[in-house]
Design a binder for this molecule. Structure first.
Ligand SMILES: *Cc1c(COP(=O)(O)O)cnc(C)c1O
Length: 427
């Protein structure tokens, strides 16, 4: 075994990592707000909310207490035969907030998407009007289970499974940025293509609301998605919004689709749902969809479930996180202006192109040599520099972005930007 491989834990298999070339992970022993505390003197500012999940900050005591209290009362119960107050409370709240009456629990973002797709497809079967076309966008990421991979962008990550993924019709994602002059033309061309596709009976159209995350913090205008929804509805197709990343204030409103001004039929939620404390996913559905699954015949039933469906600890964390969001909505509503302040300066840097900001998310592309996309080396270089200087970021190829927890204070945020600027100077 090479010296490099010996630096890795012999029993752990890390996610999304080629250990022959990646930098071995550092040991974290605790978290505090926006900070990760390691086996070294200086802590790291968590600039990406630990893969976009940590919403209010690490080890938030209001949420941890809610989980502890629930754990001492009821940790888990089979959800087919029982319900419990935390799940009832959460479903009431999310129904009111999303305008969608029914909540189906699963375990993570991929399963929340998987459930939405299965509900959409079975809905058409239950209506005796089966439809098989699904429409998704280039660059999309919807998770790593088979159905979620199928609707996501086909790339290096799912290439080994390409032949086993069901067919999906795909449209370009007309991403935009500051001072983008040609966006309306690009959008018009995509909408034309969409109209063509919708001539075939379509079960559902699925998209990430406003921002494609893993696809490179790639942002579209709300006007565009409004037109997508309009055409989908005209063709009778269901609209599924994947709010796994964008939900719970990340885009400046509680749900990003509020800014689009649409009412989706199905919404997938996870990540920030529990404040980032526990893995849980939910799929919200319109009552009309739910009612098509009720009846005497067994085949109408949605035969899907997970061992941990409706886990009380996850529900307690989610309710506590919603309390915090309701208590201080300005934290997410006003985050965009904090980013803008710094991004206006950074956008003048010669290595910065396509600057863009949405809510708590700020991103730009680095003007660098080498391949575009996930494997670009400049991202690694700037990441290493930032880590040495107290900031944890994880560029997506040549896309550098910040997506910090809401609790990050001004001096921490300023440090993130100044470290990125210095890193760019050294490229
Ligand atoms: C992360 C993500 C998923 C998958 O969620 P997991 O919890 O990682 O399975 C799905 N959709 C979007 C938009 C995501 O960002």
């Amino acid at each position: 075994m090479s010296n490099h491989l010996k630096k890795w834990n012999p029993h752990l298999w890390p996610p999304f990592t080629q250990i022959s070339s990646a930098i071995p992970p550092q040991r974290v022993h605790s978290g505090d707000g926006a900070l990760l505390l390691l086996d070294r003197e200086t802590p790291l500012i968590d600039g990406i909310s630990s893969w976009w999940v940590t919403l209010h900050g690490h080890a938030n005591s209001y949420i941890s207490n809610a989980i502890a209290e629930q754990a001492n009362q009821l940790e888990q119960v089979i959800f087919a035969d029982f319900i419990h107050p935390q799940a009832e409370h959460l479903s009431n709240r999310l129904s009111t907030l999303t305008g969608l009456d029914r909540l189906f629990f699963s375990d993570n973002g991929s399963t929340a998407v998987e459930v939405a797709l299965k509900i959409a497809c079975q809905w058409w079967q239950n209506l005796n009007e089966p439809r098989y076309q699904l429409i998704a966008f280039e660059g999309a990421y919807h998770g790593d289970t088979f159905g979620a991979m199928a609707v996501g962008e086909r790339n290096l990550f799912n290439a080994p499974f390409e032949k086993m993924l069901f067919p999906v019709s795909r449209l370009p994602w007309p991403a935009t940025w500051w001072d983008d002059q040609e966006i309306e033309g690009r959008e018009r061309r995509v909408l034309k293509d969409l109209e063509k596709l919708l001539e075939t009976p379509t079960a559902a159209v699925i998209f990430e609301s406003l921002v494609q995350g893993a696809g490179g913090m790639s942002m579209v205008r709300p006007e565009f998605l409004q037109q997508v929804e309009k055409r989908a509805k005209q063709a009778g197709a269901l609209v599924i919004t994947d709010e796994v990343m964008t939900g719970f204030g990340r885009c400046g409103t509680l749900f990003a689709y509020e800014q689009i001004g649409i009412q989706p039929d199905l919404v997938a939620l996870s990540k920030g749902l529990t404040g980032g404390f526990l893995p849980m996913g939910v799929t919200m559905a319109r009552e009309e969809i739910f009612s098509a699954f009720i009846g005497e015949e067994a085949n109408l039933t949605f035969w899907h479930g997970h061992s941990f469906t409706g886990n009380p600890l996850g529900c307690a964390a989610a309710n506590a996180s919603l309390d915090l969001l309701e208590e201080s909505p300005d934290q997410y509503k006003q985050f965009e202006s904090r980013h803008k302040h710094y991004m206006e300066g950074l956008s003048k840097h010669s290595k910065v192109t396509k600057p863009r900001v949405k809510g708590t998310i700020a991103a730009f592309d680095m003007r660098v040599d080498g391949p575009e996309g996930y494997l670009n080396k400049a991202g690694q270089a700037i990441k290493s520099f930032a880590m040495k200087n107290g900031v944890f970021i994880r560029p997506l190829g040549n896309v550098v972005y910040l997506l910090p927890p809401l609790c990050i204070n001004d001096s921490q945020l300023e440090q993130c930007y100044s470290v990125i600027k210095e890193g760019l100077d050294r490229l």
